[in-house]
Design a protein around this ligand. Structure first.
Ligand SMILES: [Zn+2]
Length: 297
């Protein structure tokens, strides 16, 4: 199941208790219908949950009984009966005779709750959202430029500012910031999906932080290993030619221990002395050894 399908399934579980919101949601659906005219209304979706929801919305908001029909991969609801279309137009406050441009009738969105319901209807028909494994992206295909403008102002009322783009003949509204996507989903009734996106973001941040720390530690270890390898090589060069006696007495224990434990860190190696010495003390002796070896060269 794609993430969009999952989100829509969640939206389809939102209660239809408030008549004002049910009507607003049905309105959002209709403005994104494949056909919405005084002669015919046709809704199509590939999503079974959405198809069931559409049937219930038409029934509750307009008392229109309309079961979906299969049309290839799609499920279609077609309303063609003039009396039913007249009823729908009446509820939405449209004049059946002047139907040139269907502007958004804000009167249908009486209450604040209805704006979110309207957008839910719109998203069910025309929305997609990228899953938690992808870059944040949510879009709503608004079709006409005027509708895109009207929906932008609804979103601005909710404190969300979508971007607009054109794709072919239709107008898109979209969000690219994770916070806006999550906010939009929460507002329209998909808080679980929003939470899933948020969680994925948190996990990704934690993973990145851990990776950074590991990379940093690895770099330090590499540096230590390089230093040790240089010291060992310097010691061997002197030993090969002149033996341990070449080193001053005070450095001999350090020479022996470095050769015996080449992978030890400074702290570990300092602890092996009897009695243990300090890290700066050991560092100083190792420096002396490499200096001594380079003079011997
Ligand atoms: Zn409402």
């Amino acid at each position: 199941m794609s993430f969009s399908t999952e989100v829509k399934a969640e939206l389809c579980r939102v209660s239809m208790q408030r008549a004002c919101c049910t009507r607003a949601e049905a309105y959002g659906v209709l403005l994104h219908a494949s056909v919405f005219s005084h002669k015919e209304i046709r809704l199509s979706t590939e999503n079974v949950f959405v198809a069931r929801r559409l049937q219930a919305l038409l029934q509750r908001a307009f008392s229109v009984d309309c079961a979906p029909q299969r049309a290839g991969r799609k499920l279609q609801h077609t309303v063609g009966e003039p009396a039913q279309i007249a009823r729908i137009f009446d509820v939405l406050g449209y004049d059946l005779k002047s139907h040139l441009a269907y502007h958004l009738n804000r009167n249908v969105l009486e209450n604040d709750c209805c704006v979110a319901a309207f957008l839910r209807g719109a998203f069910l028909m025309a929305g997609t959202v990228a899953g938690p494994d992808k870059k944040s992206h949510l879009e709503l295909k608004a079709g006409r430029q005027s509708l895109a403008g009207e929906e932008t102002s609804l979103l601005l009322d909710l404190g969300l500012s979508p971007k607009q783009a054109r794709r072919g003949n239709s107008c898109l509204l979209y969000f690219k910031e994770g916070a806006s996507v999550e906010d939009f989903l929460t507002r329209i009734g998909a808080p679980r999906a929003a939470m899933e996106l948020m969680q994925a973001k948190v996990e990704k941040n934690i993973r990145n932080t851990i990776n950074r720390q590991v990379n940093c530690e690895t770099a330090n270890l590499m540096k230590a290993a390089d230093a040790s390898a240089r010291q060992v090589a310097a010691i061997r060069a002197v030993l090969d030619r002149r033996g341990e006696e070449a080193f001053p007495e005070v450095l001999r224990e350090t020479v022996r221990l470095r050769l015996a434990y080449p992978t030890d860190s400074l702290a570990e190696l300092a602890q092996r002395f009897d009695p243990p010495i300090s890290k700066p003390g050991l560092s100083h002796r190792l420096k002396k050894i490499t200096e001594f070896a380079s003079k011997e060269d």
